[in-house]
Design a protein around this ligand. Structure first.
Ligand code: F6R
Length: 608
């Protein structure tokens, strides 16, 4: 993970780098640091903890140079303390690194016993190797090209050297690195967000490419030093969404943005006059969908749970078998993927290392891969054959919310598209499902009203020993997602279960101190879910139920009853997600936790 940024240009690098790091802090917030040219050398300032600590330290610092690099860290090797903070500097060479150097033990040994290390990181040795090469190499570029073949693993790295103050070199294998081309300046960063305040013109580096910045110009080479011609892309995102707009946290703002996000996700694909569904601009021929005989969905975390809902939707509507895997399992389990399989790769960031590796494996097998990403031009988006977009706008909160519900909406459309292509969906039903989707944003607005309930109840709810989330059918993955939200935000024990599984073990957990969150919307499984709820209540569980408005029996069995509007079964997961997000948000806030940046986590997981 980690975020890196480098600047070469006429402005004050301090402000540009710090502002860039602000945009990248979601990638890690264990420590931060900069190295900026000043009086003939790169002056390094580093701080343990969040970026604000570094900002405090930098207030009194002045720099007279026009080149510098910065880093915000998610610790992999070495504790999150200042001595392990980047940049790492060796003999005037400073580097920042995002990723993991897998052969670092060997490389450290090869450097010999005489080499002194300041940190326990895998990154510092890169500075050692480059400094060593620079003793005989004429440029930073040629030194980097010598070191590159020695490095195994995932990395994106920026390098500067006091002996080459007019040169900055960046290279990558795995994690993203983007070169922003501004008027008279170059800014390189892990995420386009850090670049967009300065320019919309960008070049996305591919693996094993090296960029050399000299003055205001740059050149790109392959790992052998052969120049590579790359297109400069114009980015069509805007940055204006990345403000809190009066909300106390980005997460709460993003929860509230969901109706609009879902509306934007579905807009390109539904004709609002005819209520016909047709996935637009996917990049695959329309005839393709009819040929799909099996679907593999691969993702991590919240995106995996969205994919799990997709399995129910696609199997029920299109009658095509679906396998769903977490990417870190898929990539190592030697999967059997029959001919005519479609892989759906889900990733908000489009950079998750395991998901990307699974995608590459699938492509090597010749499987057609369609991505559902939020970040356009992310690595996963660029490498898939077909592309669908969450269209959620920038998601800053580390816990994913609006990207989740937008993905659920897109998966509805994928199921409908496939069902149409397979001729198992009548046009009457197509219109019904399309109307249900179009109605979802307004229904989501009404569900947001439960914000007040959870805000008021949070002080009581935070006293529970743990939370058990239960649901059946499409509500089961939502129970898993609800539990994940509670774990990551409130740091409390929470588990999601298929409601029918309770009596096979988890029922033993239930007592007065265990909150049972029951997802019981009016659908074909409602009666069965209700029986499971009775079983939990009989054991003394405190029931918080989420059900459809007007279900008096559910209400009578529950300590708290949160209502959803009457909706199609395909839409219920989208509606149910909202109270569970708000529950976790308010419990975590009541506990005083950092909701936008939960401990030990980062938003973009670019290491495996
Ligand atoms: C949890 C959360 C994570 C991500 C996971 C995958 O709230 O956000 O579980 O869903 O790290 O990330 P993407 O979707 O970017 O591949």
């Amino acid at each position: 993970m980690c975020g890196i940024v480098g600047y070469y240009g006429p402005q004050n690098p301090k402000d540009i780098i710090v502002n860039g790091l602000k945009c990248l802090e979601y990638r890690g917030y264990d420590s931060a640091g900069v190295a900026i040219f000043n009086k003939g050398e790169f002056k390094r300032v580093r701080a343990e903890g969040k970026l604000s600590v570094l900002q405090g330290k930098l207030e009194s610092e002045e720099f007279d140079g026009h080149i510098g690099i910065g880093h915000t860290r998610w610790a992999t090797h070495g504790a999150p303390v200042e001595r392990n903070a980047h940049p790492h500097t060796v003999a005037g060479v400073s580097i920042v690194h995002n990723g993991i150097i897998e052969n670092y033990m060997q490389l450290r040994e090869d450097l010999g016993e005489g080499t002194k290390f300041e940190s326990e990181t895998d990154s510092e040795l890169v500075a050692h190797y480059i400094a060593q090469e620079l003793k005989s190499e004429p440029s930073l570029l040629s030194a980097v090209l010598k070191v590159l073949p020695k490095l195994h693993g995932a990395y994106s790295i920026l390098v500067v050297s006091k002996d080459h103050p007019d040169e900055m070199v960046a290279f990558k294998n795995g994690p993203p690195l983007i070169v922003g081309v501004a008027a008279g300046a170059i800014i390189i960063a892990s995420d386009i967000q850090a670049i967009m305040p300065h320019t919309k013109k960008a070049v996305y580096l591919d693996d094993l490419e090296v960029v050399q910045v000299k003055g205001e110009s740059f050149k790109i080479f392959n790992s052998k030093g052969v120049p590579v011609d790359k297109a400069v892309t114009t980015v069509d995102w805007t940055t204006d969404q990345a403000q809190k707009d009066g909300y106390p946290h980005f997460m709460l703002k993003e929860i509230y943005e969901q109706p609009r996000a879902v509306a934007k996700a579905i807009a390109p694909h539904i004709n609002t006059s005819t209520h016909e569904v047709a996935l637009k601009d996917v990049g695959l021929p329309d005839a393709y969908w009819a040929t799909v005989e099996r679907v593999f969905i691969v993702a991590c975390g919240t995106s995996f749970y969205a994919g799990s809902v997709g399995k129910y939707l696609i199997e029920e509507l299109a009658r095509v078998p679906v396998e769903i895997d977490v990417a870190s399992e898929f990539r190592y389990r030697n999967p059997v993927v029959p001919k005519n399989s479609l892989a759906i790769i889900i990733s908000q960031s489009g950079e998750t290392a395991d998901t990307l590796a699974a995608l590459r494996q699938l492509k090597q097998m010749g499987v057609t891969c369609v991505s559902i990403c939020n970040v356009k031009n992310s690595t996963i988006d660029r490498e898939t054959n077909g592309h669908l977009y969450m269209n959620s706008g920038v998601e800053i909160g580390v816990a994913s919310t609006k990207a989740f519900t937008s993905t659920l909406a897109i998966l509805n459309l994928v199921a409908l598209q496939m069902a149409k292509a397979k001729k198992v969906l009548t046009s009457e039903n197509e219109h019904l499902y399309a109307k249900a989707l179009l109605a979802a944003p307004a229904q989501m607005e009404t569900v947001l009203a439960c914000d007040k309930f959870f805000a008021d109840a949070a002080n009581t709810l935070k006293e529970y020993r743990g939370f058990l989330y239960m649901g059946r059918g499409v509500s089961y993955p939502i129970a898993l997602e609800g539990a994940l939200k509670m774990k990551e935000l409130a740091y409390m024990h929470a588990e999601g279960y298929a409601a029918g599984e309770m009596k096979h073990g988890p029922l033993a957990l239930i007592d007065k101190r265990m909150a049972v969150v029951m997802l019981a919307p009016s659908d074909s499984l409602y009666e069965k879910t209700l029986s499971n709820l009775e079983e939990a209540k009989a054991r003394g569980g405190e029931i918080i139920s989420v059900g459809t408005l007007g279900n008096e029996r559910l209400k009578s069995l529950s300590k708290h009853y949160l209502t959803l509007p009457q909706a199609n079964w395909t839409i219920n997961p989208i509606l149910e997600a909202i109270p569970l997000q708000l529950l976790a948000y308010h419990v975590a806030s009541a506990l005083g936790n950092d909701v936008d940046q939960p401990r030990n986590l980062a938003k973009s997981v670019t290491v495996e």
